[in-house]
Design a binder for this molecule. Structure first.
Ligand SMILES: NC(=O)c1ccc[n+]([C@@H]2O[C@H](COP(=O)([O-])OP(=O)(O)OC[C@H]3O[C@@H](n4cnc5c(N)ncnc54)[C@H](O)[C@@H]3O)[C@@H](O)[C@H]2O)c1
Length: 318
């Protein structure tokens, strides 16, 4: 039986210095949790935790591939938010590194959880596991199609979660994020998403660079919504062993996104169409969020227009 809130709970956040992780850490601290971050600073940055008093969390610099360290940290935790991962671009460049972190690191977390039984392990997966879907919007039990090494590793992590839940009773939940954007997404990071890249270029008055024809679609999720959904998945007794899409259910083309960002900055859109990348092999994507709405009563509260506006405000003060 999980607790109803995280006040006073010891919480481990792997990847807590990253984009989503740092937003989650802020929220956890605000909710009164006792937070430990494990991060190797591959893409994470201390800067992402700017303004968060260093006394309000414990930072452990290290890797989820270090099984002894992971065991030690999981042994102290009531909740484990497992976000540490090599992202899709790093993974495509170096699938073996991805294998070690995304699969090996997840296995380390689960092995430790099998022995120490935290109240819940929350695994952050990705809608990349759907590949090019046959139907839209995508349901959680639709066909899995693993088109990148990243999709393979994220789905393997899910598989281990399910296996450890069924075989050893580890209390797990899997959330599949869809194109999360918002404050603390580092536009300088070559691995960051399209929203941060567009915003940075618009802020500098540069033409927005669109890979391919811009007709590819995505379901863009504001980070505060993703964090709220993740917390609800962590705390609900109904979510144990479940897999949830986290998105908005709204399909937006990259070209439309470019228009929204240009309008926000009062610019005339003069997009620069550049080469399609190897990782741009997904044409359309929008997820069905009916399951999480029905079971957890979670719905997103921030529209894309509003989320872009909030991100712009953050960029201007960052
Ligand atoms: N941002 C998105 O749109 C999105 C979409 C789908 C899934 N996800 C998943 O959400 C999680 C967070 O993603 P993000 O966007 O914040 O990415 P991010 O790269 O900003 O965060 C990942 C964090 O993990 C850390 N890390 C990487 N390898 C590590 C290792 N071996 N040991 C310890 N720490 C390590 C990085 O330094 C970074 O702080 C990831 O698991 C990712 O797969 C994100």
């Amino acid at each position: 039986m999980v607790v109803s809130d995280l006040k006073g709970q010891c919480v481990l956040v792997t990847g807590g210095a990253g984009f989503v992780g740092s937003n989650l850490v802020r929220r956890l601290i605000a909710d009164g949790a006792v937070v430990t971050i494990l991060d190797d600073f591959f893409t994470g940055r201390l800067e992402n935790l700017r303004g968060v008093g260093p006394e309000s969390y414990r930072l452990v610099r290290g890797s989820v591939t270090d099984s002894d360290l992971v065991r030690q940290l999981v042994s102290d935790a009531e909740f484990v938010f497992h976000l540490a991962a090599r992202n899709i671009i790093a993974s495509t460049r170096n699938p073996y590194e991805d294998f070690k972190t995304n699969i090996g690191g997840t296995l380390n977390v689960l092995l430790a959880a099998r022995d120490y039984h935290p109240q819940r392990v929350i695994y952050t997966s990705s809608v990349s596991v759907y590949g090019n879907p046959r139907y839209l919007p995508i349901n959680e039990d639709d066909r899995i199609s693993l088109l990148t090494p990243y999709a393979v590793s994220k789905y393997s992590g899910e598989g281990y979660c399910q296996a450890f839940y069924e075989s050893y009773g580890v209390s797990v939940v899997v959330v599949r994020y869809s194109n999360v954007y918002g404050p603390w997404q580092d536009p300088q990071n070559p691995y960051c998403g399209v929203v941060a890249k567009f915003m940075q270029r618009a802020q500098s008055g540069l033409p927005l660079e669109i890979h391919g024809d811009g007709q590819q679609t995505r379901d863009f999720t504001f980070v505060e919504d993703a964090v709220e959904a993740t917390l609800q998945a962590a705390l609900s007794p109904k979510s144990e062993g479940e897999v949830f899409n986290i998105g908005t259910g709204v399909e937006t083309s990259v070209e439309t996104l470019a228009h929204l960002v240009s309008d926000l900055y009062g610019l005339e859109l003069v997009p620069l169409h550049i080469d399609r990348r190897d990782i741009d092999n997904i044409r359309r994507r929008v997820v069905n969020i009916e399951k999480i709405r029905r079971i957890l009563r979670w719905v997103p509260s921030v529209t894309l227009a509003k989320g872009l506006c909030k991100t712009q405000q953050w960029l201007q003060t960052a």
